[in-house]
Design a protein around this ligand. Structure first.
Ligand code: WTA
Length: 638
């Protein structure tokens, strides 16, 4: 296969094996040594405290600051004048920040946060688009020990309000608007709506970006540029010497219930993990122009647009707008113009560009690229091949990284920074050092090679979540309750004869739509909130570009009847309640849903039906078999 053939049962290089062995045999001394790659104010008393399983705590007693490690460290060296951040707006404008520039801005904003009464431990919510102020606020909050929570700018006012209330944020930072496909999305208007329900928020800072008029509430809302006016460029805010397990951020993600969970990460363990995983997987160097295309509103952006690259002193690139605007070669043009060397994106994006055609890629000189990455969902071999040949010209390895919001950083991934193993398209290859991954059957016993089972992580790792904000029980139940003593990420997987891992999709009610994580229950609870809806069931349907898309089955209340208009209304309703990314691909009206005799909706039957699978599985517990016929008729596959 391609230029990087799989040599059958090739013995992994001694170096990689040795690293893995060391990390698993004696994790404490392995991490004791590796954590020192960062600068600590105080070295830990204990590498790993497992006294209160599964509330593992790393580098206990250590003191560290994220902003210091990302900025101050480099400002003391020749990197002071190196470009830290390249930003490109959708309108084509470009801004560059050196490490020194970023340091200056972060110090000013840290002082500003303090002026607004933000203290160590207070939460700051960042509902911002992809503009430089987003990483600046993240680093400033981290500097003073205020955990930040970034809310993806595509989320609705309801979603924002839920996150503001759950995190108890004191300050909200937003923008007037941002550009998407040449149009302004009026972000402040959406924020205003959510503030009616968000009681913890005392003040709102508004970044002027799109230049649109917004309503400013006296005594609550302040323009960022005005608030910053009196804070000079020489301002220095001493970084807080934070406990290693002080929360750096909370990031909400979807699970199997209707309410998103606030995953929160430590400072020390998280930074160590992001630093080493980036190094192992991508082997960065000082000439790299690093571009991870993820929105910072997701974990990929936190770890590999902001913290990872800055810890390494790299130049990281951020692009504000739509990938195919004004033309389908926008991304390729960015790579060419900025000389991007590392390019990290999702299979959905690759499949979209594949559809547009290779000629859009071939218009541009992409010879600067040396390494490619993939994340967010399984990459199908066809997309892998295209990415490898058309984008990478057969020269660049594809680093397929499996990980999650909860893991903080990469877990299973080729390790170009140690020794690149032979790649197999569609496999994330092998666990990184320190990751004790396996595939098990229903009873938690190791699955045989080639047999599908559940992915598990058998021991703690430094980048692991600290917990679910405000809900320790949910943390224990969700992640450690399925298999005793193992962390369960919620994915199906298979290990082949060579020990390579193949991730086979979610084993729970979570969808990956265009690599975005969405809970089917969130969609269902949004639907049943609508006055016309009595019951709803949402399942994922395979999609050639987006991986999968949500399909909703809806039972209407007495007095309502199916219509195209109602379908549209329900679809808009979901987009309003959650955000446009959750809009169902189809709404199918039925009179009844297949249920068990105890009244549980049989989602697996619906899933098999939308997938057109020949077998519907065990139907012995179904209450009314005619429900299946009705769904079939509705899907026109009867
Ligand atoms: C899926 C995104 C296959 C998986 C970083 C996981 C993947 C979920 C891959 C986490 C990959 C992520 N191959 N599947 N390389 N990377 N996934 O929290 O189902 O948004 O559990 O984190 O994405 O999604 P999350």
């Amino acid at each position: 296969m391609g230029v990087l053939p799989v040599e059958e049962r090739r013995v992994l290089t001694a170096k990689l094996d040795e690293m893995r062995r060391k990390a698993l045999e004696d994790p404490e001394s392995f991490w004791d040594e590796h954590a020192r790659a960062l600068e600590w104010y105080k070295i830990w008393d204990k590498v790993l405290d497992d006294g209160e399983k599964p509330f593992y705590r790393w580098f206990v007693g250590g003191r560290i600051n994220a902003s210091y490690n990302a900025l101050d460290r480099h400002v003391k060296t020749w990197r002071k004048n190196k470009v830290a951040l390249i930003w490109e707006g959708e309108d084509g404008s470009v801004k560059k920040y050196s490490y020194r520039d970023l340091y200056v801005e972060v110090n000013r904003v840290a002082a500003l946060l303090k002026n607004f009464g933000v203290k160590k431990g207070d939460r700051v919510a960042l509902y911002l688009p992809m503009i430089p102020e987003l990483p600046i606020f993240m680093l400033a909050a981290a500097r003073i020990g205020a955990p930040f929570t970034v809310i993806f700018s595509g989320f609705s006012s309801d979603s924002l309000a839920k996150r503001l209330n759950d995190s108890g944020a004191k300050l909200l930072v937003t923008a007037d608007g941002f550009w998407r496909r040449g149009r302004v999305v009026r972000l402040k208007d959406i924020a205003d709506k959510s503030l009616e329900q968000a009681l913890s928020v005392e003040s709102v800072l508004v970044v002027r970006h799109a230049g649109v008029d917004v309503a400013m509430q006296e005594g609550r809302d302040y323009w960022y540029h005005e608030a910053l006016e009196g804070i000079g460029r020489n301002t220095y805010v001493e970084p807080e010497r934070l406990d290693s397990n002080h929360p750096l951020f909370i990031l909400y993600t979807s699970g199997t219930t209707g309410t998103p969970k606030g995953i929160y990460h430590s400072t020390g363990g998280y930074l160590v993990w992001v630093y080493w995983t980036l190094k192992w997987a991508f082997n960065p160097n000082d000439e790299d122009i690093w571009w991870c295309t993820a929105d910072i509103g997701w974990i990929t952006g936190h770890s590999y647009v902001v913290f990872g690259p800055l810890l390494h002193g790299l130049t990281t690139l951020m692009y504000e707008g739509a990938p195919d605007y004004p033309a389908p070669d926008r991304w390729w043009s960015i790579i060419e113009r900025h000389g991007v060397t590392v390019f990290y994106t999702s299979p959905t994006a690759i499949r979209m560009f594949m559809r547009y055609g290779s000629h859009w890629v071939e218009k541009h000189d992409l010879s600067s690229l040396r390494i490619l990455g993939s994340v967010g969902e399984p990459i199908n071999p066809e997309a892998w091949e295209w990415y490898f040949k058309v984008v990478g010209k057969g020269r660049c390895p594809i680093i397929d990284t499996w990980w999650q919001t909860e893991t903080g950083g990469f877990m299973i991934s080729p390790a170009a920074g140690i020794e690149l193993v032979p790649l197999k398209p569609g496999s994330a290859t092998l666990p990184l050092p320190g990751v004790d991954a396996d595939v098990v059957d229903d009873n938690g016993n190791p699955a045989k090679p080639g047999v599908q089972g559940y992915l598990v992580i058998k021991r703690p790792w430094p980048g692991m979540l600290l917990g679910v904000w405000g809900d320790p029980e949910r943390y224990v139940k969700t992640y450690w309750g399925r298999f005793d003593g193992y962390y369960f990420p919620g994915d199906y997987a298979m290990k082949d004869e060579d020990g390579y891992f193949w991730i086979l999709g979610r084993a729970d009610e979570v969808l990956k739509v265009a690599a975005h994580r969405i809970g089917t229950m969130e969609l269902e609870s949004a639907l049943v909130e609508h006055p016309a809806v009595s019951e709803a069931a949402v399942v994922g349907k395979p999609d050639p570009v987006k991986g999968e898309v949500p399909v909703a089955f809806v039972v209407l209340k007495e007095g309502f009847s199916p219509s195209v208009k109602l379908e549209e209304e329900l679809s808009n309703h979901v987009a309003e309640v959650i955000g446009p990314i959750a809009r169902p691909a189809a709404i199918i009206f039925v009179k009844k849903l297949p249920k068990t005799r105890s009244g549980k909706i049989m989602r697996r039957v619906l899933k098999a039906l939308v997938r057109g699978e020949a077998s519907l599985g065990d139907l012995s517990t179904i209450e009314d078999p005619s429900a299946v016929d009705e769904v079939k008729a509705a899907l026109r596959i009867a």
